[in-house]
Design a protein. Structure first.
Length: 484
């Protein structure tokens, strides 16, 4: 990709960002500059919000079947550009082509579900709630919604929000991560081909100033956020302060509990994918692997063998099985946690530091890293590392493992590996996290279910995509009618 400058898309037009602050966009695999993103000011963000507000009355009155047809067309256009999206995503996010294919596919699936909006958005009605009196509950769109997105899924996370927001008849402003702006440049080129009425979808590149403009604008009715927990909390409280609907998804520390009766080969494959996929930069990534009872030694050996065999490489090389960290800052943070783990007494049985990747000498690579003999009080077992590092903890039994999980302030996802229905049921019943896997490495709800955690991993009540997103993006209007 030649060096490019990210633009805003406002009211159906591409516009240069006038903001004076700017940031280079790097290819994490090579450290090369692939482009620049200028950070929009509050005034520029307000223009996008104004365009969305002006587009709302006409868009809301567009029949749901017509809005559904835009979704069908969007799905077709996204399929046509599938490989281009995959390539840009891998280039700017450092994830392998296989991982990018997975995320683009998950994003398209949200569009597919929202193609059924005419059925999904139907309300309720009843005759004769009293003599001669009927009652109807319509779902109505609310106005302007915005989404603020993280770096780690540059295509998928924005597509968690844009399709349901506009399919339900709202208009939309997207603020992608300034670290990975180019996946959304292409997505909005595709949206431009849809010929939506101007202002229905808008794109604002930027950082804090753009986000604060969204939060403080009286013309934004609701905000979706995905990112780190401190920012998620801020978005939640600011949105509430300014009277907005909000769904705010934060960070994670996911437990993977392995019972003595687990199928070892299947479990090890799932754990390797979970902990090292996307170089550990997934909110559903396994982080604390709890070996229960006597499974520890066998599990450790097989994990070690499989982790050593992973090919770490340049994201766009089809043979790479694990890519790079997003930035030098992320690289430094993960190194810091590895040093901390050693200091706190954990046993580093696989050290990914200093890995050599041909062609990636200036990239941000850390290879698969495994700590053994980790205890739940260690910092590496408590904080989100967000890198290719996982901890093995030893628990005497299921109850001890659950007591550790209970104490964790994060509750995004958790998985049990077992052959026992009893333990699987018990785990599902008691897990504080709301995304639960049974013999699944990444327990990601698909687009027809809703996505989101609990505790410090989620602030709000209605979660992303699935039927909850229809609730989030609509209000119920209950009309009681008598005709004289
Ligand atoms: P981040 O919180 O740094 O940034 C996310 C977004 O918030 C970006 O668009 C950024 O511009 C904006 N932002 C950052 N600081 C801000 C501030 N002070 N004020 C206003 N806006 C601000 O997160 P990230 O590093 O891009 O993403 C990684 C994090 O996202 C991890 O913690 C990961 O667990 C989390 N995540 C969670 C989920 C989930 O479903 N719960 C999914 C993906 C990622």
């Amino acid at each position: 990709m030649e060096t490019k400058i990210a633009k805003n898309y406002i009211n159906g037009e591409w516009v240069d960002v006038a903001g004076k602050e700017s940031q280079k966009v790097l290819n994490p695999s090579t450290g090369e500059i692939i482009g620049t993103v200028n950070l929009s000011t509050a005034a520029e963000t307000d223009k996008a919000i104004a365009a969305a507000k002006a587009a709302f009355p006409e868009w809301r009155a567009t029949p749901p079947v017509t809005r559904a047809r835009y979704m069908f067309k969007l799905k077709t256009l996204l399929e046509e550009r599938f490989n281009d999206l995959v390539k840009i995503c891998s280039m700017e996010a450092g994830k392998t082509l296989e991982e990018s294919r997975g995320e683009v596919r998950r994003g398209i699936e949200v569009v597919e579900v929202m193609s059924g909006i005419a059925s999904l958005m139907k309300g309720q009605a009843m005759e004769d709630i009293a003599a001669g009196l009927d009652c109807m509950a319509y779902r109505q769109p609310i106005g302007v919604f915005a989404a603020v997105c993280p770096f780690n899924f540059p295509v998928m996370v924005p597509l968690w929000f844009l399709p349901p927001a506009i399919a339900t008849g709202n208009t939309f402003v997207l603020k992608p991560s300034e670290t990975v702006p180019f996946s959304m440049q292409l997505t909005y080129e595709i949206l431009d081909e849809l010929n939506l009425p101007p202002g229905v979808v808008n794109l604002v590149n930027g950082g804090k100033d753009a986000v604060n403009a969204i939060l403080q604008s009286p013309d934004v009715n609701g905000v979706s956020f995905v990112g780190s927990t401190p920012v998620a909390k801020y978005i939640y409280s600011e949105s509430a302060k300014y009277g907005k609907r909000v769904q705010s998804l934060g960070g994670a520390k996911n437990f993977m509990l392995v019972m003595p009766d687990a199928n070892l080969a299947g479990t090890a494959n799932a754990l390797i994918g979970s902990c090292f996929g996307c170089a550990g930069q997934r909110c559903l990534a396994g982080s604390n692997v709890v070996a229960v009872g006597d499974v520890h030694d066998k599990l450790r050996d097989v994990l070690l063998e499989k982790a050593k065999a992973l090919k770490v490489g340049i994201a766009t090389d089809p043979s790479s099985q694990m890519g790079a960290l997003i930035s030098k800052k992320a690289y430094d943070r993960v190194n810091h946690y590895i040093e901390l783990g050693i200091k706190e007494g954990a046993k580093l049985i696989l050290d990914g530091r200093g890995i050599k990747v041909p062609g990636g000498e200036n990239g941000f690579f850390i290879g698969p890293t495994i700590f053994d003999d980790v205890t739940p009080d260690m910092t590496i077992a408590k904080e989100e590392i967000f890198g290719p590092v996982f901890n093995i903890l030893r628990a005497e039994d299921f109850e001890q493992a659950m007591s550790w999980i209970d104490k964790c302030p994060f509750a995004n996802a958790g998985t049990i590996f077992t052959a026992s229905g009893k333990w699987a049921r018990e785990f599902g019943y008691r897990l504080p996290a709301t995304m639960c896997g049974i013999n699944i490495g990444i327990a990601a709800p698909m687009s027809f279910f809703s996505f989101g955690g609990a505790r410090n991993s989620f602030f709000g009540d209605l979660k992303a995509h699935g039927s909850e997103s229809i609730d989030f993006y609509t209000d119920r209007k209950v009309i009681s009618a008598r005709w004289f």
